[in-house]
Design a protein around this ligand. Structure first.
Ligand code: IVH
Length: 672
C-alpha cells in the first residue's frame, strides 16, 4: 500500500532527524538521508491525497535551542539543492545556460561542513549573529560568535553602512580531536563529527566555554542594498579586504571542464585542510544573472552543491563484540579484516545498536562496506549481498550482558540496550569508580584505571565508598603498588573531602546526571538528604530537569545499595550539602523582593530568569503594582507596563545589571 509506504518513510525520516538534530548522533549518511527524502518527495507528489503538513518534506529542519532570543532573518536562509554526480552538475549547468541564454561564469567554492551563521554589520561593527534556525528565524548567538577570533568585530576599509554576511562556523579537526579526547577521558558522549561539535558549541549558554573551543568561520555570501560589486567574486574579494576569512579555494570558472577540474582537485586536496568540507558549491557569478534566475521555494536556482563521495572500502566481517560502558550501555562493535581507508587501517567499525544491525541484515563472514564520511569511527553502511557464497550465522543482538550475564534491558524510546546490573557488573563498577575519581569529579590523584583494576581484583574496592576505607598496610601489601603510591592514594582521597557538593553529586555517576545537571540538582535541593527524598514531581519542577533525568534520580536513590553507599560517603566526611558561602549567595540576594519580568532577553530565557529570581529568594509576579520592587527589563518591554512603572516610580533593571546582582547563581554558570 502506497499510504503505508509513505507513512513508514515519514516515520523513518523523523527518527533520523531526531538522531541528527536532537541527539547529535546520526546513524545514516547525508546521502542516504537525501535519497530517502527524495523518495518520499516523489511519492508525495504522485499522491497529493496523502499530504501532511508535518511530513519531514515540509520542513527544512530547525536547530533552535531554548534560552536564546529568536530573531527573524531579513532574507530567509535557504539551503542548496544537492547533487552527487557529474551528470547532475552538467544538468545544473544546462539549466542555467537555458535560463539565461547568454554567457555566464560560475564561482566554485568549497562546501564547508559546519553550521551556518548570518552576521549583520552596521557602520562596520558586528551587531548581530543569528543561526539558521528554521530558515525564517534563528537564535541570536551574538555573544558566543563574538568569541570566535577569526570573525571581525570591527571592519576596516570601504564597507557599506549596513549589510549581512553569511558563512560557516567550523571546529578545526585539531580542536575536535582534542575535545573528544577530553570527553573520552570523562566518559562523556563523543561528538560524532566537527559539524555537531561546532553547532553544539555555538548553543552553549556559557560564552567562556565557547571561547575555549576555538571555533573558526569562513564566509561565502554577502547580502544587502549597496554591495560593492555586481559580481559574487567581487563581493567576496571586498569582504576579504574588510577583514573576513574567505576561502582561498574559490575559483571563477568559465567552462564545465574547469568546474570538473576544480572538483577533482579538491576531492583529494581537501584532506589537507584544517577543517571539514563535504563538497563544493557552484554559484552564478553575476548578481544580475542571479536575480534573473531567482529562487524556488527552498533554494536558489543560481547555485547548487555537489557532495563528495564518502570514502568506502569493502572487507570481511569476522565477528561482533559487545562492550559494556560505565552506565551499562552496550556498544556493538564489528571486527573486520584490516582494510585501508582514508589513509588509516580499519579493523573495527561501530554498529551503533540492535536496530542498525537488523536493518543491515548482517551475517558473519559477509563482505561489508565501511565508510568514514565525516565521522571519526568508521561505520558499516551496507552488505555486499552478491558476494555471499556461504551464508554465515545471522548477527543477532545479545540478550545477556557479556560481562556479568544479566538480562539486558531496553528503555522505551531509546536505541541502546543496557545491562541493569549496575552494582555487580565489573566494567560498570570499575567505570563508576574511574568516573568518581576523575578530574572533574572527586579529582583523586593516584587512582588511575589500572590501580582501580588492581584494587578491584584484590578485593579491596567493591564500590566507590570503599575508596575511603582503604588502609595503607593493605595497599602496601600489593606487589604492584609501591609505598609512595599508597600514600598518594590516601592523600588524594583525604583532599577530595573538600570537593564541593555539586561535584560530589556529579561524581556519584547517576545515569543522565552530567556536570551541569548535577549542579542544578545541588542548587535546587541543597543537601543530599533533600535530593535523596526528592519525588519525581519535585525533580521535574527544577529548570531543565526532564522526566528522563528525574526518573533516573528517583531510581538511583530507590536502590538500598546506593543509599547505603551514600551514607558511607557521608560518614567518610564528603561534602554532602551546599557550602555555607554558596547557600548565602544563593538564598538571599533578592530575598523579600517582588520582581516583574518584561520584554525579550538575550542572555537567558524568560524561564531561566524566573528560576534565578526564585533561587535567589525573590518572588516573580505578573503585574506591576506599588509593591513591585523592580522590573527585569528586556528589549521591547510592553508599553502598558512601562507607563505603569513610570507612574508608580518602579525601577527598571536590565539583564546585565540583574546578572551582576545575583552573580553566583545563574543556572548555566560553570566553575571553569
Ligand atoms: S551558499 C543561497 N556557499 O551549505 C545560498 N553555502 O545547503 C546560500 N555551505 O546552509 C548558501 N559552504 O550552511 C554556500 N561555500 C558555500 C557553503 C555553503 C557550506 C552550507 C551552508 C548552507 C548549506 C546549503
Amino acid at each position: 500500500m502506497i499510504k503505508d509506504q509513505i507513512e513508514s518513510l515519514r516515520r523513518e525520516l523523523e527518527q533520523h532527524n531526531y538522531n541528527y538534530y536532537v541527539l547529535s548522533t546520526p546513524v545514516i549518511t547525508d546521502l542516504e538521508f537525501d535519497v530517502k527524502l527524495k523518495e518520499l518527495q516523489a511519492l508525495e507528489e504522485a499522491h497529493p491525497e496523502f499530504f501532511d503538513p508535518n511530513s519531514p518534506t515540509q520542513r527544512v529542519g530547525s536547530d533552535i535551542a531554548a534560552g536564546f532570543k529568536q530573531v527573524a532573518h531579513v532574507y530567509p536562509m535557504l539551503s542548496l539543492g544537492n547533487t552527487y554526480s557529474e551528470g547532475e552538475v552538467q544538468d545544473f549547468y544546462d539549466r542555467v545556460r537555458k535560463g539565461l541564454n547568454e554567457e555566464f561564469e560560475l564561482v566554485c567554492e568549497l562546501k564547508y561542513d559546519g553550521t551556518s551563521i548570518s552576521l549583520t554589520y552596521e557602520d562596520g561593527v558586528l551587531v548581530r549573529a543569528v543561526t539558521r534556525g528554521d530558515g525564517e528565524k534563528g537564535d541570536d548567538v551574538t555573544t558566543n560568535v563574538k568569541t570566535i577570533k577569526s570573525i571581525p568585530l570591527r571592519l576596516h576599509g570601504n564597507y557599506p553602512a549596513s549589510f549581512e554576511i553569511r558563512g560557516e562556523i567550523l571546529m578545526p579537526w585539531s580542536v575536535f580531536d582534542e575535545l573528544n579526547r577530553e570527553r573520552e577521558e570523562q566518559e562523556e558522549q563523543l561528538f560524532a563529527n566537527p559539524r555537531n561539535a561546532a553547532s553544539g558549541t555555538l548553543k552553549l549558554q556559557n560564552s567562556k566555554m565557547v571561547a575555549s573551543r576555538k571555533l573558526d568561520g569562513y564566509f561565502y555570501y554577502l547580502l544587502g542594498e549597496n554591495l560593492p560589486s555586481e559580481l559574487h567574486s567581487g563581493n567576496l574579494e571586498a569582504a576579504h579586504s574588510w577583514g573576513f576569512k574567505i576561502s582561498e579555494a574559490t575559483k571563477v570558472c568559465k567552462t564545465l571542464e574547469e568546474v570538473t577540474e576544480f572538483i577533482n582537485y579538491w576531492d583529494i586536496e581537501r584532506k589537507n585542510l584544517p577543517v571539514a568540507t563535504d563538497g563544493i558549491v557552484l554559484k552564478v557569478n553575476s548578481i544580475a544573472q542571479q536575480r534573473a534566475l531567482g529562487f524556488t521555494a527552498k533554494s536558489p536556482r543560481w547555485a547548487i552543491s555537489y557532495k563528495f563521495q564518502a570514502e568506502k572500502a569493502v572487507t570481511r566481517l569476522n565477528s561482533v563484540s559487545y562492550q559494556v560502558g560505565r552506565t551499562g550501555a552496550i556498544t556493538p562493535v564489528a571486527n573486520l579484516d584490516p582494510v585501508q581507508l582514508s589513509g588509516t587501517t580499519v579493523k573495527r567499525a561501530s554498529l551503533h545498536n540492535a536496530d542498525i544491525i537488523e536493518a543491515l541484515d548482517l551475517h558473519i563472514g559477509d563482505m561489508v562496506f565501511v565508510e568514514k564520511g565525516g565521522e571519526i569511527i568508521p561505520k558499516i553502511t551496507a552488505v555486499d549481498k552478491d558476494a555471499r557464497i556461504l551464508i554465515g550465522d545471522k548477527v543477532t543482538f545479545i540478550k545477556k550482558c557479556p560481562e556479568c550475564g544479566a538480562d539486558l534491558v531496553r528503555f522505551e524510546g531509546e536505541a541502546a540496550h543496557y545491562c541493569p546490573n549496575e552494582n555487580a557488573c565489573p566494567p560498570q563498577i570499575k567505570g563508576k569508580m574511574e568516573h568518581f575519581v576523575s578530574r572533574k569529579a572527586m579529582n583523586i590523584d593516584g587512582l588511575g584505571s589500572e590501580t582501580i583494576n588492581l584494587l578491584y581484583q584484590n578485593d579491596l574496592l567493591h564500590n566507590i565508598a570503599d575508596i575511603y576505607s582503604l588502609k595503607i598496610p593493605d595497599l602496601i601489601r600489593l606487589e604492584r603498588l609501591g609505598t609512595k603510591s599508597a600514600y598518594n592514594i590516601q592523600a588524594g582521597s583525604e583532599k577530595s573531602k573538600e570537593v564541593p557538593f555539586e561535584r560530589v553529586v556529579f561524581a556519584l555517576g547517576i545515569r543522565f546526571v552530567g556536570e551541569t545537571i548535577a549542579k542544578k540538582l545541588a542548587y535546587a535541593f541543597k543537601t543530599i538528604e533533600a535530593l535523596e527524598s526528592a519525588t519525581f514531581e519535585e525533580l521535574i519542577a527544577v529548570d531543565e530537569i526532564g522526566e528522563r533525568i528525574a526518573q533516573s534520580v528517583v531510581l538511583y536513590f530507590k536502590d538500598p545499595l546506593n543509599v547505603e553507599m551514600v551514607t558511607r560517603l557521608k560518614e567518610a566526611g564528603l561534602q554532602m550539602s551546599l557550602s555555607e558561602e554558596k547557600l548565602q549567595a544563593h538564598g538571599t540576594s533578592l530575598s523579600g523582593l517582588s520582581i516583574v519580568i518584561s520584554g525579550t532577553f538575550s542572555q537567558h530565557s524568560r524561564d531561566e530568569y524566573k528560576t534565578m529570581i526564585e533561587r535567589n529568594g525573590g518572588k516573580n509576579v505578573g503585574s506591576v503594582s506599588s509593591k513591585t520592587s523592580f522590573i527585569l527589563t528586556g528589549e521591547n518591554m510592553g508599553p502598558e507596563k512601562l507607563k505603569k512603572a513610570e507612574s508608580l516610580g518602579v525601577k527598571l533593571v536590565d539583564e546585565i545589571t540583574f546578572l551582576e546582582m545575583i552573580k553566583t547563581v545563574s543556572p548555566s554558570e560553570d566553575d571553569e
